[in-house]
Design a protein around this ligand. Structure first.
Ligand code: NAD
Length: 424
């Protein structure tokens, strides 16, 4: 759990526990067959593979890789693939379940998957990373494919890794199969706008939330934790649309100016990593202070578990839009509900990433690239539809935004299971 500088008694919940708890909460509102709920508590399959790697020095090391495939009732499995020393089977299973809910909220014809290799990518040379990725693709080849399971970049993997993965798979299949992964470079079937899409969707949802709660975007103050892919892109869009982004941060700390920051001038993580606090002319504050600023909207977009029982009472924002995955603990969520702070959940807010991945897959199987304008227009339209679907549940059932999002997702998955039935 990230340190907020205060004592927390929050028990960190595993991804599987969170996914199962949310499933039960949503099920309590719906008339869903118990058998379907039980089925959804478990992944369809988990593949565990050993990936041998010839090191640059001639040694051979063996790494363990996983691919958890949760539910494919609505279409092929979809989800990220991370290279990180902390990867576990349990984490892959939990995150694959989150992906199922996320795809269903967005009404995408996919189910959830997640995978990865237990490895520190920083300790690999570029050549080693390439060999590891190609061998991982080969080990998983029977279980993945454009109509089966479509990996994407995640922590420690990037567009280049997806290109190697796609190449290795295609070489063995005897034909170019760009649709086997998303997040590729555009020159080999990647989509324009994919990198920016999770941040862009966070901005779209924040804008809609402001409108819903009668905040004029031009007069809205926003604090954003994290200035990486999600945080910086959310900040750039909101700034462009006239919002007053008053604070941003990276791992080294935050900068704050109540009159608003010139977001375009701050180097993003990609341009110059961790350079937010070197940007002169603004008050420097610690990360934990950013979370407690008196702003209209708070966007945690760095890491998980930053809003806990230790700081939830001190948060002064009226609306929280989750840019990161799982930034709010269960206890903090309950405190926010009591305090009437509206929390718009990650599975809706940052789902622009998987949505543009879906666009990429469509472009790949149709062999036709979309312009950036088309990608952004279609993303806007998908996000507004999902927002409306979740809003209807909030209004009709009087539930939180998080429960409403899970209700939307689960009702779609359950209806698909009922329609297809259990075979044999
Ligand atoms: P990133 O690595 O590009 O950026 C992370 C940012 O957070 C950096 O600015 C970093 O300095 C900052 N940071 C790291 N540790 C911090 C700490 N302890 N306190 C404050 N700031 C800290 O990562 P990203 O891709 O922007 O992902 C951010 C979050 O969004 C993660 O939870 C990720 O799972 C989630 N997410 C990412 C995507 C995606 O496609 N990029 C999609 C959906 C969700």
């Amino acid at each position: 759990m990230a340190s907020t500088g205060k004592q927390t008694t929050d028990e960190p919940e595993t991804a599987v526990e969170t996914a199962r708890r949310q499933l039960e909460r949503a099920a309590a509102h719906l008339d869903v067959d118990r058998g379907t709920i039980e089925r959804l508590k478990h992944p369809d399959q988990v593949h565990r593979v050993s990936v041998p790697l010839k090191r640059d020095n001639g040694d051979t090391d063996i790494f363990t890789g996983y691919r958890a495939q949760h539910d494919s009732v609505r279409g092929p499995f979809k989800g990220g693939m991370r290279y990180h020393p902390g990867v576990t089977e349990d984490e892959c299973v939990g995150l694959s379940m989150w992906m199922t809910w996320k795809c269903a909220v967005m009404d995408l014809p996919f189910g959830g998957a997640k995978g990865g290799i237990i490895v520190n990518p920083k300790e690999l040379s570029n050549e080693e990373k390439e060999r590891l990725t190609r061998r991982f693709a080969e080990e998983l080849r029977d279980f993945i494919g454009p109509m089966r399971d479509i990996p994407a970049p995640d922590m420690g993997t990037d567009a280049q890794a997806m290109a190697w993965f796609m190449d290795a798979y295609s070489m063995q299949e005897g034909e170019t199969q760009p649709g086997v992964v998303t997040g590729k470079p555009p020159v080999i079937g990647g989509s324009y706008g994919r990198e920016e899409s999770p941040g862009r969707s966070v901005a779209i949802i924040a804008r809609e939330a402001c409108e819903y709660y009668d905040y004029d975007l031009e007069d809205t103050s926003i604090a954003i934790q994290g200035f990486g892919s999600v945080g910086a892109n959310a900040a750039l869009s909101l700034h462009e649309w006239g919002a007053n982004v008053v604070a941003v941060s990276d791992v080294n700390g935050a900068i704050y100016d109540e009159d608003g920051l010139d977001i375009d001038a701050i180097p993003t993580h990609e341009e110059e990593p961790e350079a937010v606090t070197t940007f002169d002319g603004h008050e420097a504050i610690p990360n934990e202070k950013l979370l407690e600023l008196d702003v209209d909207v708070l966007i945690p977009a760095a890491i998980g578990n930053v809003l806990t029982d230790a700081n939830a009472h001190d948060v002064q924002a009226d609306i929280i839009v989750e840019g990161a995955n799982g930034p709010t603990t269960t206890t903090a969520d309950e405190i926010f509900e009591k305090r009437d702070i509206h929390v718009i959940p990650d599975i809706l807010a940052n789902a622009g990433g998987v949505t543009v991945s879906y666009f990429e897959w469509l472009q790949d199987i149709n062999r036709r690239q979309w312009s950036l304008e088309r990608v952004n227009e279609e993303l806007e339209s998908e996000m507004l539809t999902a927002w409306d679907d979740v809003r209807s549940e909030v209004e009709e059932r009087g539930v939180t935004w998080r429960d409403a999002a899970y209700i939307v997702g689960l009702s779609r998955i359950a209806a698909a299971h009922t329609a297809r039935g259990l075979w044999p």
